[in-house]
Design a protein around this ligand. Structure first.
Ligand code: CA2
Length: 164
């Protein structure tokens, strides 16, 4: 079964308890439950983790090279500071979707730059908890398309050259 690693960065464990005007009222547990439910519907497995530590996130990204096919990550404040997380994602090379609850481009200038965006398949920002669900659907579609392409491309190339 396809396995997706979902990583939440620092302070996201506080969701629903403070700053509700920025991040909404939903708790991290309830976001995770909705993701797990969608994953079941799609027939994929999600492994969901949260850490306040940059090193722990880097270790998890490195370890995902075996046994996982994609990553969904909200690096939280590390989005704007962590070259280590970007380098780990680039090293592992798994398709990665970056998610932000708030629209980082409408906020303070220091939140406008993401170190992760340049190595991500895509970024979803500003759609609240729905962003995680869209990320899972998008990653699932991407992996399915990749699989189809890998299966069909050598054969179709052979067919094309044979018919010339
Ligand atoms: O919008 C997002 O998802 C962010 O990644 C959230 C980060 C922020 O540093 C990024 O610029 C954008 C902050 C997460 C902190 O979450 C809290 C939740 C409740 C109360 C306090 C912080």
């Amino acid at each position: 079964m396809r396995r997706i690693l979902v990583l939440h960065g620092p302070n996201l464990n506080l969701l629903g308890t403070r700053e509700q005007s920025v991040y909404g009222s939903q708790s991290l547990d309830s976001i995770d439950s909705a993701l797990i439910k969608l994953a079941q519907d799609l027939g994929v497995e999600v492994d969901v983790r949260q850490s306040n530590s940059e090193g722990e996130l880097v270790n998890w990204i490195q370890e995902s090279g075996t046994g996982y096919q994609g990553i969904i990550i909200n690096p939280a404040a590390y989005t704007h500071t962590s070259i280590a997380i970007r380098d780990a994602l680039a090293a592992v090379g798994l398709p990665t979707v970056e998610v932000h609850l708030s629209n980082i481009h409408q906020r303070e200038p220091f939140r406008h730059h993401s170190h992760v965006a340049g190595v991500a398949l895509g970024q979803i920002s500003g759609l609240g908890p729905t962003g995680y669900l869209l990320a899972l659907r998008g990653l699932h579609d991407h992996l399915s398309a990749q699989k189809k392409f890998k299966k069909s491309s050598p054969g179709s190339r052979r067919q094309k050259s044979a018919s010339r």
